[in-house]
Each structure stands twice: as C-alpha cells, then as structure tokens.
Design a protein around this ligand. Structure first.
Ligand code: ATP
Ligand code: MG
Length: 418
C-alpha cells in the first residue's frame, strides 16, 4: 500500500517529464498566438459549483466526482472538469467588467474522475483547456477548433478527425427533446441500464452512450440539426463557413452531444482512430448560459478541454519521438583530493549556463567515469594533480574518445558552443 499510488493515478518520472514539458511548451505557444492568457484556479471547489455548473444529471456528477467534507464541514469536490472553476474565477474577480472577450487557458490542470481505470482513462488526468468569455460569434467557436486541430496536427498526430454538431439552445432544444423521447419511448426497455435512467432525466445523453446496443438502437434517431431555431442554424452555418475557409477536414456528426449539461449550440470533438478503436483527445463547445447559471450576467462563452495523457498516448502510438534535452553538457571527474576544485568548477560552469555536475557519492575515478557515461553526457572533464596545479581540465569527448587540455576558463565556451 505504502509504495503503491492510488488506482487510476500515474506518476510522471524524472526520466519522462521532458515529454510533458515539450507538450506544455507547444500548448502555451499555441494559446498565446491567439491571445489566450493562463489562469490557475484551485484543485478543489465547493461541490455546489459543479452541481450547478456541470449539471446533476451528468455521469460526472452522478458517478464520478471526488467529493468530501472538509474539517469545517463544507462539501468540497476535486475538479472533475476545468470550465466551472474558470467561470467561478471569471465572476469572482469581475473579469467581465473589462473589455471582452476574456480569453484564458489552463495548462496541466489535474482533473479527478472516479472512473473505471483502463487505457486512456485515469482517475487523475490533466487537461489543457481554453475558455473564451463574451464572444457570441461563430468565429470564436471556429478559432478554438482550429487551434486544437493545428496544435495536434503540428505535433504530428495522424488520423485526426474533427466532428462538430449543434445541440441548439433553450428555445429549440425542448422541441427536440420531445421528438427524441418519442423515438426512444418504444425502445427504452432494450437500452442499457444507464440509458434507461438517462431517458427520463436527459434523453440527449443516450446518443452519447458507448454501448454497442444503444448505438444500434439509436441509429435512426431524429437529429437536432433538423430542428434548430433560425438563430442556432445560422450560427452553425457560419461556423461551417469558417472551417471551410480554413480548409480543415471536419464532419457534421449529430451524435456528438458531450457529457456536460452546460453546452448550447456548438459542440465538437477531435477524435483519432487507434488500434483499440476511436479515442477522443479533445472535446468542447459553446456554453452561452453557464455564466448566468452560476449567478453572473448573461455572457456567452465557448471552450474546450484536451487530455494531456491522451495526447502523449497518441504521440507514442504514432511513433513520434519527442526530442530529449541533454541532462548535462559536462561531467567533472576528479582524482584524489581535488573534490574542492571540481566543486568550484561545477559551480562556475552553472553560473555560465552550462549544465554541469560531479560525483556526490564518493566514487573512485573509474566509477565516476562509468557513472558519467551512464548519464549520456558528451563531455567529461578530468581534474588530476597536473590539471589542478595548472588550472586546467583534461576534456574528453565521450563520443569519439578524443582528449584535449584546456584552461578552466575555456571549458564553458567549448562544451556549449559545440
Ligand atoms: P470520454 O467520452 O472519453 O469519457 P469525456 O467526454 O468525459 O471523454 P471531457 O469531459 O470532454 O471528456 O474531457 C476532455 C478531454 O479530457 C477528453 O477529450 C480526454 O482527452 C480527456 N479525458 C477525459 N476523461 C479522462 C480520463 N478519465 N482519463 C484521461 N483523460 C481523460
Ligand atoms: Mg467521460
């Protein structure tokens, strides 16, 4: 128990964190190019925020939240998604009083869901998410889809497919709900248990079910797209016009409904096909009523969440190698009692921006060499009696075995410019 992480969680080891940093760097740059700035919100919020924000008929709220009472008897929940916290922060800090839109992103935000752990499904995962508050135009939806698409494509991910849909607004969706309920009424007994519950509380979600029999049964379900009001249809058409002019491949898929209650109009997913089936790597949409629902003014908004673990999984599956930065430029080994000289040189090198280190474990010279070799370092600098007396270092290129003696002052230039 003591040495085992909780089920569904994963460490990022020092040997692999560069992969995360690489991804984070690309995400930051992509967000900044479009004027999004980083927001950091707490890992936990009042449970009420998610009940109100995410919706109490969703899988997340019904089955997946990590909720507990703190010592002050408040009900607290670990973030099961990123949007509700961003909305709370937007309201609490009156960000809506400034010129809109307010564009923000969160990076590497830990997200907690009590799910059945399996490939690509963890109990703690991390998301990169964007939120754009105060923009009602379809260009805002389009730029998010394009940003996600180009980010993933530029990373080298293959077989990306963009699926978009519109799930209408409170004006037109009730009509659709009714039509869908009538369609499902004759089939409800054959649906899975969860969908039988969904039928009463939230019929739209039946379309989102991953069970094969439910998908079969709803193959010919009526489509929301046939029942959109003029405003929603117009918005959806404009979104498609933007995507067309950007020239990215996408598909209208009336089954995309998303697992959160707050969406209106646009919903979208970026999906890839893997040997184990389809994998959603990014999901988002428009949520024009959420800000008001959480107690703020009527402010339209749109956003997405992208799972970092899933992006890394896809990079692996596609055989894309992430460049690993060198851990060290140089390793200083020393003979006899020249540890102090080695220590001083290492400190100086670091001051000059050189990644340098020495032995801290009392190894013999031979063992120091062996260790240095293991780290994959290219340069090794030896300080023996002669070098210590002359203020020089014997540099050895570990790749070709060539040696040269240089003054201590020249080391930095040599190993970094090389
Ligand atoms: P799914 O349909 O796979 O359950 P979701 O609709 O619940 O996904 P979102 O709430 O849209 O997912 O979360 C956004 C993204 O976060 C997903 O597209 C996915 O990349 C990632 N994600 C969601 N749940 C998990 C999880 N349990 N483990 C790892 N990544 C996840
Ligand atoms: Mg889910």
């Amino acid at each position: 128990m003591l040495t085992q992480a909780p089920r569904g969680t994963k460490d990022v080891l020092p040997t692999e964190s560069y992969r995360w940093q690489y991804l984070e760097d690309r995400m930051r740059k992509a967000a900044a190019l479009a004027g999004f700035r980083e927001v950091r919100t707490p890992v936990f919020e009042h449970t009420e925020l998610f009940l109100r924000g995410v919706g109490d008929t969703t899988d997340i709220v019904q089955k997946e939240m990590y909720t507990f009472k703190d010592k002050g008897d408040r009900s607290i929940t670990l973030k099961p998604e990123g949007t509700a916290g961003a909305v709370r922060c937007f309201l609490e800090s009156n960000l809506y009083a400034e010129a809109l839109p307010c564009k923000m992103y969160y990076l590497n935000a830990p997200i907690f869901r009590y799910e059945n752990p399996q490939s690509g499904r963890l109990r703690e995962h991390h998301q990169f998410g964007l939120e754009c508050f105060g923009a009602k135009e379809a260009t805002a939806d389009a730029e998010l889809i394009l940003l996600a698409f180009h980010l993933l494509q530029d990373l080298g991910i293959q077989n990306l497919s963009v699926r978009i849909n519109s799930i209408g607004c409170p004006k037109c969706r009730p009509v659709y709900h009714q039509a869908l309920k009538e369609f499902l009424a004759g089939r409800v007994d054959s649906l899975c248990e969860t969908c039988r519950e969904r039928f009463d509380r939230n019929p739209l979600r039946v379309l989102d079910c991953k069970e094969k029999k439910c998908r079969e049964l709803t193959k010919d379900a009526p489509s929301m797209l046939d029942m959109l009001c003029d405003e929603c249809r117009d918005h959806f058409n404009r979104l498609q016009a933007c995507l067309d002019s950007a020239g990215i491949p996408y598909r209208v898929d009336s089954r995309i409904v998303r697992g959160l209650d707050y969406y209106t109009k646009t919903v979208f997913e970026l999906i890839t096909s893997t040997p184990d089936g389809e994998l959603t790597v990014c999901g988002g949409g428009r949520y024009d009523n959420l800000v008001a629902q959480v107690g703020g003014p009527e402010i339209p908004a749109v956003g997405f969440g992208m799972g970092l673990e899933r992006v890394l999984m896809l990079l692996d599956a596609d055989g894309i190698r992430i460049p690993e930065p060198p851990r060290y430029h140089i390793f200083i080994t020393y003979m006899g009692d020249h540890a102090d000289a080695a220590f001083r040189l290492v400190q100086e090198l670091r001051q000059q921006g050189v990644r340098a280190d020495m032995d801290h474990c009392g190894r013999s010279l031979k063992a120091q060499f062996k260790y240095a070799n293991k780290t994959g370092v290219k340069w090794n600098g030896v300080i023996g009696d002669d070098e210590a007396a002359a203020g020089t270092v014997k540099l050895r290129n570990m790749e070709n075995g060539e040696e040269q003696t240089v003054t201590m002052a020249d080391v930095a230039n040599l190993v970094v410019s090389d």
